[in-house]
Design a protein around this ligand. Structure first.
Ligand code: ARG
Length: 483
C-alpha cells in the first residue's frame, strides 16, 4: 500500500487504496469516451439544483461556467485526466472542484455516480444508435442502387449451396437490403427504450432534496425519467438490446460477406472486388484476396461475444448497482466501433464490386434450374404436383445420364415422361422465362421487383426522418445546455 491518496470517499478511510486496487478498479481508459456526456449530464443537474433553490444561483452559475470550460478542454483534447482517479466522472468532478473549490464541491448534491453513469451511457448510446442507423442506411442505399442497375441480370439462386431456381441479381441484393432494414428497425426500437433518464435516481433510493427529474430529463432530451430509481441505476438491458441488434447485424453482414468471398473466387467468378477493398499476398504475386469481406465475416464472433459478455455480467445481479456493471462499457464501445466500421466497408465493397453478368448467366446453364418450371407446366396441364415432380425427376435423371439440359431435349425425348408435354413446353423452359414468369408478390421477375424498390424507398425515407429528427432534437437540447 502506498501513501495517502485523495479519493471521492476519503472521509471514511484511514489510508488510500493499494496501487493494484486502483489499477484493478479503474475504468478510465474505457469511460473517458463518456466525457462530453458526463459534462452535459452535470450541466442539466446543476441547472436543476439552482432552479429548485437547492444550491444558490451564484454557485449554480460558477459550476456551469466551470463545466463549460471543461467541455472546451475536452473538445480541444486538452482535458488532462488523472490516472489515479478511477473514472471519468471522478476526473470531471475533481477538475471542477480544483477550479472553483466549494461551488464545485456542491455539484454532486442529490446525485450519485450510479445514476450519473447510467445517464451518461444512455446518452452515449442514443448517439451511437443514430450513427449505426446512418451506416446501415448507407449500406441499404448501396444495395438498392446496385440492385436497380441489375434488375434483369440472371444468376442461379441457391439452397444448400446447390442450384435451385434462377433469380435476378436485383432480387438477390434486395434480400440483403430487407435483412438490414429490420436491423435498423431493431436499433430504432432500442433507441426508444434507451431514451429514458435515470438521473435523479441518486444512489438507488431517490433523494430527500426537492429535485425535478422531469426537468433534467427534458434538458437532456430524454423522453421521460425512469419510473423506479432502483431500476434506473441497476439495469443495463438497453445495453444488451443494443448488443443483440449489433450481433444480428454482424450475422447479416457475415452472410453478405461470405457471398462476396466465394462469388469472387475463380470457380464462381460472379464478381470482382475493387482493388481498394482487397489485399495481396506476401509470397504469391498473382493473389488478390477479399480480406475486408473475410475480416467482416471473422469479426462477427467478437460482437456475439460482447453480447454474451454483457448478458453474463447481468445474470443473477441483485438489485441495485453492483460494480460488475462497470464492465458493460468496454463491450458496448467495442461492438459499436466494430459494427460501424464493418457497415461502412460493406457499403464501399458493394458500391464498387464489378459484377460479371456473363459468368452469372453462364452458371444458370447447369443444375436444372428450370426443373420446377417443367413440373409447374405439367400441373397447369392437369397433372397433380406430386406426379409432375416425379416425372420431371425422371427427365432430369435422363439428362444427367446423357449430359444434356432439359431445354435441349426434343419433344420426342420429353414425351415419354408425360404425354401432357406439347410444343409449348419450349416457352417455359428458357431460363429467362423462369425468371420473367415469377411475378408473384415478392418474386424475382424484373416486372415485380420495382414493388420492392418502392418499399425500399419508403423504408429509407422513414429511417432518414428518424435519424435526422432525433439528431436535430438532441443537438438542440445540447446546444441549449451549453448556452
Ligand atoms: N465507473 C463506474 C461504472 O462504470 C461508475 C459508478 C461507480 N459507482 C460506484 N458505486 N462505485 O459503473
Amino acid at each position: 500500500m502506498d501513501g495517502e491518496r485523495k479519493t471521492l470517499w476519503s472521509g471514511r478511510f484511514s489510508q488510500g487504496a493499494a496501487d493494484s486496487t486502483l489499477a484493478f478498479t479503474s475504468s478510465l481508459e474505457v469511460d473517458r469516451r463518456l466525457a462530453r456526456y458526463d459534462v452535459l449530464g452535470s450541466l442539466a443537474h446543476v441547472k436543476m439544483l439552482s432552479r429548485q433553490g437547492i444550491i444558490s444561483p451564484g454557485d449554480g452559475e460558477s459550476i456551469e461556467n466551470g463545466l463549460r470550460r471543461i467541455m472546451s478542454q475536452i473538445d480541444e483534447g486538452t482535458f488532462a485526466v488523472q490516472e489515479r482517479l478511477e473514472d471519468i466522472h471522478s476526473n470531471i468532478e475533481f477538475a471542477l472542484t480544483d477550479m472553483m473549490r466549494d461551488a464545485g464541491a456542491r455539484l454532486h448534491t442529490g446525485r450519485s455516480r450510479n445514476d450519473q453513469v447510467a445517464t451518461d451511457v444512455r446518452m452515449w448510446q442514443r448517439d451511437a444508435i443514430l450513427e449505426t442507423a446512418g451506416a446501415i442506411m448507407d449500406l441499404e442505399r448501396a444495395l438498392m442502387a446496385r440492385a436497380s442497375e441489375n434488375v434483369d441480370v440472371i444468376l442461379p439462386g441457391f439452397t444448400h449451396v446447390q442450384h435451385a431456381q434462377p433469380v435476378t441479381l436485383g432480387h438477390h441484393l434486395m434480400a440483403h437490403f430487407f435483412r438490414l432494414q429490420r436491423d435498423a428497425e431493431r436499433f430504432a426500437d432500442c433507441y426508444r427504450r434507451t431514451n429514458v433518464s435515470p438521473l435523479g435516481s441518486a444512489a438507488m433510493a431517490g433523494t430527500t432534496y426537492n429535485i425535478d427529474r422531469l426537468y433534467t430529463a427534458q434538458l437532456l432530451g430524454f423522453g421521460a425519467p425512469c419510473a423506479n430509481s432502483m431500476d434506473g441505476v441497476s439495469d443495463r438491458d438497453f445495453v444488451a438490446e443494443h448488443l443483440f441488434a449489433a450481433a444480428l447485424t454482424a450475422v447479416h453482414l457475415s452472410s453478405l460477406c461470405e457471398e462476396l468471398v466465394y462469388w469472387s473466387s475463380p470457380e464462381f467468378g460472379f464478381l470482382e472486388m475493387d482493388d481498394a477493398y482487397s489485399t495481396g499476398s506476401s509470397i504469391m504475386p498473382q493473389k488478390k484476396n477479399p480480406d475486408v469481406a473475410e475480416l467482416t465475416r471473422g469479426r462477427t464472433g467478437a460482437t456475439i461475444g460482447d453480447l454474451m459478455n454483457v448478458l453474463c455480467t447481468l445474470k443473477s445481479l441483485p438489485l441495485t448497482y453492483n460494480r460488475d456493471l462497470q464492465e458493460d462499457k468496454a463491450a458496448l464501445f467495442a461492438a459499436h466501433d466494430r459494427t460501424v466500421s464493418c457497415l461502412r466497408l460493406a457499403a464501399a465493397m458493394i458500391s464498387t464490386a464489378k459484377f460479371n453478368r456473363a459468368r452469372m448467366l453462364a452458371a444458370t446453364r447447369d443444375g436444372f434450374l428450370n426443373a420446377t418450371d417443367l413440373a409447374d407446366y405439367l400441373v397447369v396441364k392437369g397433372l397433380p404436383f406430386r406426379r409432375a415432380h416425379e416425372a420431371v425427376g425422371a427427365a432430369v435423371r435422363y439428362c444427367i445420364e446423357r449430359g444434356k439440359r432439359l431445354e435441349e431435349l426434343s419433344l420426342e425425348e420429353l414425351r415419354p415422361f408425360s404425354d401432357l408435354i406439347e410444343a409449348d413446353v419450349f416457352e417455359v423452359l428458357p431460363i429467362e422465362q423462369c425468371v420473367r414468369r415469377r411475378t408473384s408478390l415478392g418474386g424475382t421477375s424484373p416486372e415485380i421487383i420495382p414493388v420492392q424498390f418502392g418499399e425500399g424507398e419508403t423504408v429509407l425515407r422513414k429511417q432518414g426522418e428518424f435519424i435526422a429528427g432525433e439528431r436535430e432534437r438532441l443537438d438542440r437540447a445540447f446546444e441549449r445546455l451549453m448556452e
